[in-house]
Design a protein around this ligand. Structure first.
Ligand code: ADP
Length: 546
């Protein structure tokens, strides 16, 4: 028997329509590449999204066509998100921090027909435009007065002119909710990047789940500032979940240094933010050095790589900002788990509470997860057993764009699971903890040593700015942990002091065999430590023999 409710597809355009009708006067504030602060309302956003949809159609772009964006977080980027996906196009966000060769490869693989880009990236696009095989239209996301007098880009279009000429009336088309909406490529530390093609349905369901109280807990009273870029897994879905909730949106544009962010937090009354640990390090450094506070910020999502417990403590104890440690990946839209406490947390000792808070958290409804051994057998949820983490759900990738191979593995019941490439434990309360990336695991005498744990401990030392733990070759044990450390400016710590710092914090055989100090640790395009580069650099490092 079929249920008798309305058959209404879950479409991205419906988020915008809702925001316009119910939160029309709520503001969207953006720091622009042009240098100033721009503000308008959801009502204005909706009108301009309709104009974008008309303009895209006028350019001959139709359903399923890919349009590329190379842009910061800002209102024009948001207009493309909604105007593009809402009209049935696929918005392909490109990461400008990638090497130009990779950008060209990605745009070709996606067959982008148009490329929209911010002023900052004019030189980048000028250098690569001739190499984009399928791009017919180049649009600079600015107004007439900021258009370059001369450029090598053929027929460069001005975004504001394009919109101004487009009608304001547009009826959002209704189509199947499984229609593709946006495309994002994984960073691809090895091999070429792989495209993840999101749907309207997966995006709207993810937005619902992300907004729930035990996830980001978004409401109409929030003022949200996503620092995580809109080119990094759709800014973790915040452009959808905040619009769904009717929150005020604040975009930082290109100004991502600690001072600019803190100024914007304070000036706009930001209550909620989201970003990777390396960004928050810069912000906390600025706040500490200048004796500042956060007067409105209440909570921040930290994810993308493990959030060091020392950072959680500083945010919570010194500044009264709740950290929502979250885990996910491009292939998961990206949210999988968020660390929100269960009842009884108040009675826990501070140390026990912190131990839970530093875990990656509990699965959202919509994400199924399990850990398995090398033979695919499910491991117990005891907080001890470590295994490969597998996931499934309506916003988890089924297959990569343009690729034939099936990335899933199948269980005895024939259910497909996505192997995340992470190694994790899950405790009896369902809190998952990532111990490593499969490729970063340190195998000492056949036993695994979790590099994240060792890094977290080092990050707790007051003189350590950044720490990576990698496998170094050992004649007896195959691999042993080598700690690579960047010191905070003006702070001193020796190898022996750091080694002593570990005592009593981990099992003896986990202790790093050596510490090396470097000026910086290479970061990838999404702000993560590139441990493969470190492994390369320290391939010949000789560990001391004791
Ligand atoms: P890429 O592979 O393109 O860098 P993602 O941003 O999708 O892309 O990265 C996903 C991976 O990042 C996860 O599989 C996991 O290894 C790591 N990660 C994400 N969040 C966390 C977290 N909170 N703690 C530890 N690792 C994390």
């Amino acid at each position: 028997m079929r249920g008798q409710m309305m058959d209404q597809p879950l479409l991205i355009s419906s988020l915008l329509v809702h925001a316009e009708r119910h939160h029309g006067s709520r503001e969207v504030v953006s720091r622009r590449c042009e240098g100033d602060l721009h503000r308008y309302s959801y009502r204005d956003l909706a009108r301009r999204c309709r104009q974008v949809a008309n303009a895209l159609a006028g350019m001959g772009l139709g359903r399923g066509d890919r349009i590329g964006t190379i842009a910061w977080n800002g209102y024009r980027h948001l207009e493309l998100y909604y105007g593009g996906s809402g009209s049935g196009l696929v918005v392909h966000t490109l990461n400008p921090r990638l090497h130009p060769d990779q950008l060209v490869w990605i745009a070709d693989d996606a067959q982008d027909r148009a490329m929209f880009f911010d002023l900052t990236f004019l030189p980048l696009v000028e250098a690569t435009a001739a190499r984009f095989a399928t791009v017919e239209h180049f649009v600079l996301m600015t107004d007439r007065s900021h258009m370059p007098a001369q450029t090598t880009i053929p027929n460069l279009i001005c975004y504001e002119d394009l919109i101004e000429a487009a009608p304001e009336r547009y009826d959002w088309p209704v189509f199947d909710e499984t229609t593709a909406s946006s495309l994002c490529y994984t960073s691809g530390t090895t091999g070429n990047p792989k495209g993840v093609l999101y749907q309207h349905r997966s995006t709207v369901l993810h937005a619902y789940a992300a907004a729930l109280p035990d996830a980001m807990g978004l409401s109409a009273r929030d003022v949200a500032l996503p620092v995580v870029p809109m080119f990094h897994v759709n800014a973790w879905g915040t452009p959808y979940s905040t619009v769904m909730a009717g929150a005020k949106l604040v975009f930082p544009g290109p100004a991502l240094d600690g001072k600019s962010l803190h100024d914007l937090f304070e000036a706009e009354g930001v209550t909620f933010s989201a970003g990777v640990p390396t960004v928050w390090q810069g912000l906390l450094g600025h706040v500490e050095e200048n004796g500042l506070r956060f007067s409105s910020l209440r909570r921040t999502v930290i994810g993308g790589s493990a959030c060091p417990p020392a950072m959680i403590e500083t945010f919570e104890k010194t500044y009264g900002v709740t950290v929502l440690h979250a885990w996910g990946m491009s292939e998961m839209s990206p949210l999988g788990t968020v660390c929100r406490m269960k009842p009884g947390a108040e009675e826990m000792t501070e140390a026990a509470r912190m131990a839970v808070k530093s875990k990656q958290g509990r699965a959202l409804f919509g994400v199924d997860m399990k850990i398995v051994d090398a033979d695919g057998n499910e491991l117990p949820w005891d907080g001890q057993a470590q295994g490969d983490l597998l996931v499934r759900g309506p916003w988890v990738l089924d297959r990569y764009f343009n690729r034939d191979e099936d990335p899933l593995c199948y269980d005895a019941a024939g259910l497909g699971w996505f192997p995340t490439g992470d190694v994790a434990t899950i405790d009896a309360d369902g809190f998952m903890q990532v111990t490593d990336r499969t490729k970063d695991v340190i195998k000492s005498g056949g036993e695994w040593i979790g590099s994240i744990d060792l890094e977290n401990i080092a990050m707790g030392h007051p003189a350590v700015a950044m720490a990576a733990c990698i496998a170094a070759h050992h004649p007896k044990w195959d691999e042993r942990p080598l700690l690579v450390v960047v010191k905070k400016p003006g702070r001193e710590v020796t190898r022996d002091e750091l080694m002593a710092f570990y005592e009593g914090k981990v099992a003896k055989w986990w202790l790093p065999d050596d510490v090396v100090f470097v000026d910086s640790i290479p970061l990838g395009a999404t702000g993560k430590m590139q441990k493969n580069k470190l492994r390369e650099a320290f391939r010949d490092h000789v560990l001391p023999t004791i």
